[in-house]
Design a protein around this ligand. Structure first.
Ligand code: NAD
Length: 309
């Protein structure tokens, strides 16, 4: 199939492109490299360095691409940035999305897959949260994800565009940067590998549902299947791990402990997080395959190994 991945040079997008190319698809990537990395894009994918806000240039890619499927990964992903710059956050996460959605409609794309987030649920302590839990985002980032989801559903209802909205919990793995939602694994790994102090925002007992990036790729590939019904799916492990526990596991792999300081919790951050993944398991016939210790070990040694090269 002909597939477009926006943000395909990014952390999740580049792993997704690898999975799609390896499955034999023809993949085109559009990415402005604001946080992505050209070297992470598979050499068999066609790469365009381009901003999704440049609508006319994007239209030319669609005109030539005959895309069956579009994965939309390009986004402003930082919660703190969204609190300081709500306008810029909305411009990319809503207007950028609309550029891509409009072109999907005009060029007859068969299915649109969107990376949403646990941030849509906000600070709801009734964990684990299923897809029908109330949407109460506590950050502008979460608000743009809620709004994006509603646009996508309306494109489906009005124009018949099939879709899958995947609400990721905290994704971690190789190639992750310091930015983004799951960045704590990278930030801690990098600091521990260098023997630097780590800072924990809040008391460290806040929990996250950490999911390995290759499991997220498998979920996307299951959801792109035409037999998978349009809908919203949590993509998660349904397991809570505290930030303090994460630090201890990484200390174990590194065989060292670095100093730890605690700072005030950040505005917009949620306290507990775990997403119920029963619907994805049942409907997409997908389940996370990587155990936390296995995924963290691979990720830690990937980052530690980069220090020695
Ligand atoms: N990492 C997580 O834990 C997580 C959790 C939930 C949802 N998500 C969502 O998954 C998606 C991918 O996130 P990621 O962690 O891989 O982030 P990332 O920053 O690594 O990837 C985003 C990519 O989009 C590109 N990009 C940004 N603005 C662009 C623009 N205007 N035009 C073209 N390209 C642009 C960046 O250069 C980057 O390559 C995002 O939509 C994010 O909100 C991520």
């Amino acid at each position: 199939m002909n597939i477009l991945v926006t943000g395909g040079a990014g952390f999740i997008g580049s792993h997704l492109v690898d999975g799609l190319v390896e499955a034999g698809h023809h993949v085109v990537v559009v990415d402005n490299l604001s946080t992505g990395c050209r070297e992470h894009v598979h050499d068999q994918a066609v790469f365009y360095e381009m901003d999704i806000l440049q609508k006319d240039e994007l239209a030319r890619i669609f005109a030539n691409g005959a895309f069956d499927i579009v994965f939309h990964e390009a986004a402003q992903t930082l919660v703190p940035y969204s609190m300081e710059h709500p306008r810029e956050d909305a411009e990319l996460n809503i207007m950028g999305l609309l550029n891509v959605l409009e072109l999907c409609r005009q060029f007859g794309v068969k299915k649109f897959l969107f990376s949403s987030s646990a941030a849509v649920y906000g600070d709801n302590v009734q964990v684990p949260l299923a897809e029908n839990a109330p949407l109460q985002p506590t950050s502008f980032y979460g608000l743009t994800k809620v709004t994006a989801e509603k646009y996508i559903q309306m494109y489906h209802d009005v124009f018949g565009l099939s879709y899958a909205i995947l609400r990721y919990s905290n994704v971690y793995g190789e190639r992750q940067g310091s930015h983004g939602e799951g960045g704590v694994v990278y930030i801690f790994s990098d600091a521990i590998a260098e023997g630097r102090e780590i800072t924990i925002f809040g008391d460290g007992d806040q929990s996250r549902d950490f999911i390995y990036v290759k499991d997220v790729v498998r979920a996307n590939m299951a959801a792109m299947d035409e037999t998978a019904p349009s809908g919203i799916y949590n993509i998660s492990t349904n397991i809570e791990t505290t930030v303090n526990a994460l630090k201890e596991i990484l200390f174990y792999f590194s065989q060292t402990a670095v100093p730890v300081s605690y700072a005030e919790a950040r505005s917009g951050d949620i306290y507990r997080s775990a997403l119920d993944n029963a619907l994805a398991k049942q409907t997409l016939r997908w389940r996370p395959a990587t155990k936390l210790l296995e995924g963290l070990q691979q990720t830690y040694f990937y980052f530690a190994g980069r220090k020695q090269t």
